[in-house]
Design a protein. Sequence first.
Lengths: 350, 446
Amino acid sequence: MMQTLSGALGLATHDAAFWMPLILVGLFFLTTVAATILDGFDIGVGCLLAFALPEHRLRMMSLLGPWRDANGFWLFLGLGLLAAAFPTGWSAIMEHLFLPMTLLAMGVLLRTAAFELRLRAPQALQARWVKVFALGSWLMALSHGVLLARLAGAFAPDVATPVLAAVFAGFAFASYAVLGASWLVMREAGPLRPLAAQWGRQAVRWVAAGAVAVSLVLGLANTGVFLKWGREAQWGLIGCVWSSLLIIFVLLEFQLGCLARGSRHLASLPFLLVVCIFLVVMGGVAYSYFPYLVLDNITVWDGAVPTRSLMWVLWAALLGLPVALGFNVWVYWGMLGPVRPAQPPPFIMR
Amino acid sequence: MTHTTLWLAQIQFFASVGFLLLFLVLELGLAWGLLVLRALAMGQGRVQWLPAYRLWARVFALAVALGFAASVPVLVQTGTLWPGLLARIGEVSAPLLAGLILSSFVFKACFLGGMLFGERRLAPPVHLAMVAMVALGVTVSAFCFLALVSWLQAPTGALMVDGRYALTNLAQVVLNPALLPHGLWLAGLSALSVAFLMMSVSCGQARRNPADVASRGVFRMGLGLAVTGLLVHSLAMLDVVRFAAEHQPAKAAATAALWESGPRADLLVLGWPDEATATNRLGLTWPGRGGGLLAEDGKGHWRGLDQFSGMAPPVALTFWSFRLCVFISLLLALVTLANLWWLYGRRRDLASLPRLWSGLNRGLGLAGWPLLLSALAWVQFGAYPYAVQGTVTLSEVLAPQSGVSLFASGLAWLLCQGLLILGFVQLLRHVAHHGVVPVRRQRRRA
């Protein structure tokens, strides 16, 4: 595949102009996936705050505490990488995404600020910042849906109608709710667990509908994507993807049901399954898009800056990568399991 | 219609960048202030500085959180409001954005947690090193941001080819002629913002608790910072004016409100520049002294607004944002001098400050903010109609959005920003009155 691509571009595979944008788009995809999943459970828990009892809300917020700073950074990293390495692509994309990106940025602002303000506010003011945090999470979840509708419709105004955007926003909301609920189920063993499992069950069917809708719109609205998936050799792949998705959904529904009835086994399974769903859907969208940044218009290579400038971005990424790996492994180590209680602070006389 | 949308977009962008800068200046100034406080708290018998460090570390933590939250909207809006911009300057912005993101990530991942949550866990010298690294990290990030913004004022080190900038020399891009004046200005503004905040909070503390030693120390520190900040700020303003006269003659002419070029220019100290009639109304002038603000055309004539054929910023806005900046600086200088006189001239104690005077000190805690916003207004609106000085105009990179959506989104942004500023100020007052309750974060536990 690389040979075909480099041949089509008239570049050798070892040419920096060929592989540099490729590496950076790979990093961008990884960051986006991390942002969607790691910031995603955070958004999901935030969305569920609206349905939770007041006495559970503060617990849900404090469960997020240890991860919040790391979670919030992924989006900034992804946006920054896109703006730095692919400014032409960035410009072409952003021009069409005024509404979703404005909602997204507003959501980020409110969420990040409200979380920190609540953490440090006196008790009397905390409930207000929890509400602002929930509002920011709703904005972010809905904006991701609108964003996906625009991307799947390839920015064509006749496809990306308000109705489609609204439907996709609903699906995105459900997806984050399931992600957040299954994360809560995994982390919290107390009375919150059956409640969270119940929320997850209510949302999961909408996620399934959303996954189907995204693929349908993406395939039917874009001839290029339709042809790409429809090639003879791909039928096996498509069959595998959809049957595994079906199995995952059935398992998820079943396991959430068990946990909602008070079972204590395999509490991490729903979260892992939801992560699998996210990975499959995002992988599918990325595969459909590759090698384009704007479908059928701007490729990864058109969108990137020339190598003499891109080199600096790559150096920054190379320098940042070990720090990022070390930091994130340290932060997220041990997340897949129930929460442990906080330790009392050591008493030191100085 | 496009004129309206252009200005709606400009105001929205101004609000976002201004909101970011409000917290960035506090972050920058407090990072170095905290390094001094932490160093003062080292060693035997000097633990009285530790509570002061903890209190200001809390304010710093809030400023960092809000500054980070505010940076995402600015990044997004460079794309949604000015989609054409990065496509044109991408080669220049790429290394600077990469440096900005790398430095802010490394500083956040490696040192910030240790500084904010590790004070009781780490050995004091290690913690001091963490605080120093955080100060360094904040400065490097701010430097990258500043380099990009100042390059837009003076695009050197890159050539315009086919409507896009091609990078020729990165060192020249970073060390552009606008960097030093605007960098000095940012440093001065940041010192002033933190100085007045420190004086305000410690003045109230000394009043409530006359036996508190640390609050007097912090007040003296704030006073010293205010003096330094005022000096740097004045120097920077002189340098910025010189820079504008050299590189942005239209901005210089609008600042001086000189409508017609000529060999003689009066300095209009106060007045109302009327763009419709191209004259100044109600002028208070200083005859013959306008040259200090203006550009010369080589024939001994001062360049007035008639030479730019419409490619000039809005005159009244540029004129008044500059004057506002000068007036607020003068007011702050007056308060600083009065405080100096009380403390060192009359050798009186802080707690015995007259009620009204002490109230003034406490009320001016955020006086750095209007100063900063007026300076930003002059820099941003004075650069109009250019996004990149002399080559790329704002209207050619503007997003194809309707006025209604820009108005609605701008209103929503203002609401969000207002809410968060109120929250910040409320929490600041709470911290100043009641001190800090430790906030803990344990990885993997909750």
